[in-house]
Design a protein around this ligand. Sequence first.
Ligand code: IMP
Ligand code: MG
Length: 179
Amino acid sequence: MKEDIQSILYSPEVLAEKVRQMGQKISHDYAGKNPLLVSVLKGSVVFMSDLMRAIDIPCQIDFMMVSSYGAGVKTSGVVKIMKDLDTPLEGRDLIIVEDILDSGKTLHYLKGMLSERHPNSIRIATLLDKPERREAPITADYVGFVVPDQFIVGYGLDYAEKYRNLPYIGVLKPEVYEK
Ligand code: IMP
Ligand code: MG
């Protein structure tokens, strides 16, 4: 896998420190509450598993799966629910946990759909944000790193289901997806 990576953007140590800070901020903001962390599969699982352990107040977790990318590198704009949440959302404080906010179409759609279930609040925590690429009117409440417009993989992020298990985040060599 290493040979397909052009450069390393965030090392495991840098990721761990950022996630620790995000967990502290969330613990502070939600003190006295019991937020529900909603992980959007599959890209956010690594971030989710680290973030939940960086939160030191009670919280719950749930997962949903949507498809927007398939094996390509661009969002189709069509968001399909492949797996829905098990938890009723009425009155809950939701934190949607995402790996990367790109065009924003996926999260814009999700946030709209989940808000119809009458939660008390919805916020978005994303490890990575590519604001230059935004097409939908959406911003995250907690952002780890603002990244340049390059295709990146690792720490949960994939290209065609590969590279999710890299312990760092790196830029994928363009020849890997251009061939
Ligand atoms: P959006 O709807 O365009 O914001 O798409 C967000 C989803 O696209 C993320 O959850 C990722 O699965 C995927 N994605 C966007 N940019 C990248 C990238 O640079 N590397 C890997 N996946 C990406
Ligand atoms: Mg993906």
